[in-house]
Design a binder for this molecule. Sequence first.
Ligand code: GLV
Length: 321
Amino acid sequence: MSMPYIYVTRTLTDSAMADVRGLGRPVVTGGDEPPGRDDLLRHAQGAVAVVCTLTERIDAEFLDAAGPGLRIVANTAVGYDNIDVPAATERGVRVTNTPGVLDGATADLTMALILAAARRVLDGDRLIRERTPWIWGPRMMLGLDLSAGATLGIVGYGRIGRAVARRARAFDMPILATPTSTPLTGDDGQGVTFVELPELLSRSDVVTLHCPLTPATRHLIDAQALARMKSTAVLVNTARGGIVDESALVEALRSGGIASAALDVFEGEPRVDPALADLPNTVLTPHIGSAGTATRERMCGLSVANVAEVLAGRDPVTPVN
Ligand code: GLV
C-alpha cells in the first residue's frame, strides 16, 4: 500500500473501528486473533501509526520493520511491558497507553477474585455441579471473613490500587499499601497505612498486586516473599503474571505456605501452568480485568484518540514517552 496506513493489529470495538476509519487514512486490520510474528512484521512495513494490544511484542525489530514513517504505537492497555519504550523513543516514535479508563473494571474484578477465593465460591460451585450430597452445617466450607477485620495489602498504590482501596473500605477492611511516589489526592490515603513490602506481606490476610511489570518488579513475589505471608493468606494478581514467580507460588499453594491464590494473569500467557489448574485452592480467570463492555469502548476509543492527535501533529492524550 503506497499511502502510509494505520495498522490496527486486532479488531477493536465497532465504534473505535469506525473512528479509526474516519481518520482519512487507509487502515489495515488484523482479525480477532493476535497476528503471528511474520504477519505483524509484514504489516508494520509502511505504517504511520499502529494500534496494538498487549499480545503484540513491539520491539526494535518491529520498529525497524515499520521504518522511519512510523509516528505512534498506541497500546490498547494501561500496562506497556510488551513495548520496548526506549527503542521507540530512540526512533522518534510516540508510545501511548490507556490509563484511567479501566481502573474501576480492574478493581471490580479484583474484588470478585478476592471474594471468590476468601469465601470459596468456586469450591461451592464445584461441589454442586459434581452433584455431591450436601446440607448446611456449622462447620461446612468455612472461609476467610473479609468484613471481620481481614487486612488487605495493596502492592502498588496507583490508580487501580486506589480503586481497590475504595471498594475494600466498604468491606471495613484495614488497608496496608506499599509507599507510593504519586501524590495522594482526595480521600486516597484515608484509612491506608503505608508500610514496606516485607511488613505488608507478613501482616495482610489478602495481598493484591497492582504494580506494573518492570525489571524491578519481575518476580517481586518470589519464594522468599511468599514465605513471609500468613499460611491463611490469599494472593490476588490482576496486574501482570511476571510479577509472581509462578513455580514458587505453586509450591507455596501445595505446601500450605499460603491458603489460596486468585489469578487473572499468568507468566507465560496464554499458557497457564497445569499445576495451577490442578490445585483446588486457586481461582483462575483469563486476563479479563478490563473486559467490561463500557471499559473496552473507552480503552479502544482512547487508543484511536491518541493516534488522531499524533497524526494531527499534536501531543497524544496519554503519552508514555
Ligand atoms: C490490561 O492488562 C491492561 O494493561 O490494560
